[in-house]
Design a protein around this ligand. Structure first.
Ligand code: NAD
Length: 278
């Protein structure tokens, strides 16, 4: 195992595998189609949406694009979702978050059919994950499990510490590590003695949303460190929640930013789209 966990390379392997699967499905007369809905024109959301559409095209997944203005009413979005839920030619529905403040995100997520919820955010799928049943899993944590497995990093019996308890990263991450038989601790903004707790980890997953917060004082010698954060530093360069230069010398493996967790998130979204027709 190399010290740098190359998420870009691993995600490219996954995309090739998915391309093959999509071709085989096509030969059986089955098409995969993702509907992507964006509300407003937030530049970061537009970049994410375009990347998703480009990756769909590469793999052979059809994508339908819906753009609503930032003033659109919640009912307009809900009726679009209802229409997409009912369309047989649409397998997956993705509503790009965040939504404008006048829309209730949970209500919108809850309106998507759980069978088409390729983001894995619907309460039905979150519940399925928590009781170990099949369902769509949030793409970022699912991608991290794939990164660990494909890098031959064993999870079973390991001390795993997740810093962050968001619904889309921290909580599903902890449940997935538990499913893989890790011994899991979730730390968050109210945790006391964070350094001591983080230092127990054989596998440390960092999703705090604070640039370069995690220095070597938080990391046990030889730990595997997964950096979920994405930020721009003063030079407008991308960096993570982990102080890469500081932590690199003492850990056994580390994901870079960019090129670590980020590309895996899109690959897992594509995987969920393919799964939706299987
Ligand atoms: P969030 O803001 O919803 O959650 C952050 C979590 O960190 C919270 O649960 C909070 O309790 C915890 N936290 C905050 N300050 C803390 C502190 N000082 N000590 C301990 N815990 C603290 O963020 P999120 O949506 O989970 O995302 C986290 C980071 O990951 C962000 O930088 C986000 O941009 C990035 N992200 C990356 C991807 C990707 O594909 N690479 C996907 C999702 C999110």
């Amino acid at each position: 195992m190399g010290k740098i966990i190359d998420g870009k390379k691993i995600s490219e392997q996954m995309k090739e595998e998915l391309k093959d699967k999509v071709e085989k499905l096509k030969a059986q007369g089955k098409k995969v189609t993702l509907a992507v809905v964006q509300v407003g024109d937030d530049p970061a959301s537009s970049v994410y949406v375009n990347n998703k559409k480009k990756t769909c095209a590469y793999i052979g997944i059809g994508s339908l694009s819906y753009e609503l203005s930032k003033e659109a009413k919640e009912e307009e979005l809900l009726s679009l979702i209802e229409e997409l839920n009912g369309r047989e030619d649409v397998n997956g529905i993705l509503v790009q978050l965040p939504l404008p403040p006048h829309m209730d995100e949970q209500k919108v997520i809850g309106a998507i059919s759980p069978k088409k919820d390729v983001d894995g955010f619907h309460p039905f799928n979150v519940g399925a994950l928590s009781i170990g049943q099949k369902g769509f899993v949030s793409c970022t944590p699912a991608g991290i499990i794939e990164l660990l497995k494909r890098s031959c990093i064993e999870i079973e019996g390991k001390e795993c510490v997740v810093i962050g308890r968001s619904n889309i990263v921290g909580k599903p991450m902890a449940l997935l590590l538990l499913r893989e038989n890790g011994t899991v601790t979730i730390a968050h903004s109210k945790t006391k003695n964070l350094k001591e707790i983080a230092k127990r980890a054989d596998i440390l997953i960092v999703a705090v949303g604070k640039a370069k917060m995690i220095t070597k004082e938080y990391v046990k010698e030889g730990a595997v460190v997964i950096d979920v954060g994405i930020h721009r530093n003063e030079q407008n360069k991308l960096c993570g929640d982990v102080d890469y230069e500081d932590v690199f010398p003492i850990c056994s493996a580390l994901t870079p930013v960019p090129g670590g967790v980020g590309p895996m998130t899109i690959a897992m979204l594509m995987n969920n789209c393919v799964e939706s027709v299987l």
